[in-house]
Structure formats: C-alpha cells, structure tokens
Design a binder for this molecule. Structure first.
Ligand code: 48F
Length: 268
C-alpha cells in the first residue's frame, strides 16, 4: 500500500487532540517531569486517576540525566531504592547506605514507567500560570495555563490554552516557577511559615533530604509542591546528586493526593 502523508498528519492530529481532550478535567496535573514529578504522576496513574504531566523540554527526566556535574551516575539511599528497583532500574551497592544507578537508565526507565502507568505526557509544553477560583469562600488553584514551549522560546505573543485539575503538583525543581507566578500576580497567603516563598538555601545533603519529605505538602489550596520545589517553597537546603528524597517526595505527594481524591469521591 502506498504511504499517504495526509493520513500520517491526520493520525497525529486526531490522536493528539483526543489525548488533550481527555485531560480537560484532570484528577491531578503534574508540572515538571523530573524524578519527583515522574514518581508522583506514575503512582497516581497506577491508582486509576486521570493524570497529566506537563514538561517544558522534549525529554522527561529533569536533572537526572547528568548525574553530578555531567558524570552520569546518581546516588540513592536505601529507603528509596525500592522506587527504582520496582520499575526495573538496576542499582549497585557502593557502601553501606549508598547505592548508585546509571543516570540515563534511571531517567529513561522512570519516564517509561510513568507512561506505561497511564500518565498522559505533554512534553514541549510549558506551564505559564494557574487558574484561580473562589471555592467555599477561599481562593483555590483549579487548573493550569499552558503554552507551547516553542512559543515561549520564540517569545511570541500567543494566548495559552487551559485545563482543569482537582490537584496540581508543582515539581519544577529549584526554580519553583508556578508558585512564583501565583505569588507575583495575586494577593495570596501561602501555607508556609511566612505566608510567602521561603526560598532555597545552600547545600547540606542530610538536612535537605529529610526536609524535602517534610516540605512535600499543600502550599496553597489545590497546589502541592514536590522535589526541590518543596524545599524552595517551604525553605531548606539543596542536596546535590543524591536522589532518594526526590523519589520519596513524589511518593508522598501521590499518597496524600490519592487519599484526598478518594475522600472526595466517597463524599460526592
Ligand atoms: O529539576 P527537576 O529534576 O526536579 P526535581 O524532581 O528533581 C531535582 C533534581 O533533579 C536535582 C536535585 C537532586 O536531588 O536537586 O536538581 O525536583 O525537574 C524539573 C522539571 O520541570 C520542568 C523542567 O524542564 C524539568 O524537567 N519545568 C520547570 N518549569 C516548568 C517545567 C514549567 N513552567 N512548565 C513545564 N515544565
């Protein structure tokens, strides 16, 4: 049969539109496809929730690919190993409590596992804002404002598209962009000690790893922070190329949101 380029185009248009349309009313929208965002999205999708992940770049994996200073090995602690081995990433014991994984293998395998779990991935899409609504007398994040990363890079004046989500997880890493936009544009108080963004501190791996987990929580009604975005929001140190906290943070965000989505469902 001769190949018809128009059918190839039609296949892409129809399939992509159907995927986008199925994500207009999400259970959870995840912003950022680094380790914390991938784990959170994967675990929520495994529970059967409608989950989309928006990633500015072409590739998923965030800061995992380059290990430390482009030496492409990541280090993980014992407590988080299961999140890698569960999806088939081989890990090697280096010393007691310290394990290594090949960074490209970890990034690509976690990304594949998230896709296979049913996460609808939109790469090359940047989140430029959130949707705010007044719900039960209080402001709440109820969706995301999306634009093509190509539009963003070219600096074109093109209006975005919008999707709705019961919960948003900001997993954008150090920059914590979505929350910064929320705070810059609106007179809002966050659920942080000062009511504002506390900011990231310099490097202290041990404290940072513990705090990443503690700081993974709702930062504003409807909006959770995970991974480095959690420490940047609630204030703590960075940790460098040790990734256990990132993986466990994604797991915690997924667990908390899954519980709340189930409650909502039961009480609906
Ligand atoms: O930075 P990133 O890997 O986030 P993470 O899950 O992990 C942090 C570690 O990689 C590392 C660390 C060591 O443990 O400290 O830095 O917290 O991934 C964040 C992803 O979010 C994307 C960005 O391209 C990256 O892939 N991203 C950032 N802002 C946006 C975005 C945005 N506005 N819209 C869409 N994607």
């Amino acid at each position: 049969m001769p190949l018809d380029e128009r059918i190839i185009t039609e296949a892409i248009l129809e399939t992509y539109c159907a995927k986008f349309k199925s994500c207009l009313d999400l259970d959870t929208a995840v912003v950022g496809g680094g380790p914390s965002g991938l784990v959170a999205a994967m675990l929520l999708a495994r529970e059967g929730f409608n989950v989309a992940l928006y990633e500015r770049k072409l590739s998923l994996g965030g800061g995992m690919w380059g290990g430390g200073m482009t030496w492409n090995v990541i280090v993980v602690q014992k407590e988080s190993l299961r999140l890698l081995t569960d999806v088939g990433v081989p890990v090697t014991r280096f010393r007691d409590g310290y394990y290594t994984a090949d960074a490209p293998t970890a990034a690509s395998t976690l990304a594949a596992a998230a896709c296979q779990a049913g996460v609808k991935v939109f790469n090359c899409v940047s989140v430029e804002d959130v949707v705010l609504r007044e719900v039960d007398g209080a402001k709440r994040v109820t969706g995301l404002v999306l634009n093509s990363s190509a539009v963003e890079l070219a600096g074109l004046h093109v209006d975005p598209l919008v999707v709705g989500a019961r919960y948003v997880i900001e997993a954008t890493g150090h920059a914590v962009e979505v929350l910064k936009t929320l705070v810059r544009k609106n007179d809002v108080e966050l659920l942080t000690p000062s009511g504002g963004i506390e900011g990231e501190q310099s490097l202290w791996a041990e404290v940072a790893e513990t705090n990443t987990l503690r700081n993974t929580r709702e930062v504003f009604p409807g909006l959770y922070v995970a991974g480095m975005a959690a420490n940047a929001s609630f204030g703590s140190y960075r940790m460098g190329p040790i990734f256990g906290g990132m993986l466990l943070s994604g797991e915690k965000a997924a667990r908390e949101i899954a519980g709340r989505l189930r409650d909502r469902h039961e009480h609906a």
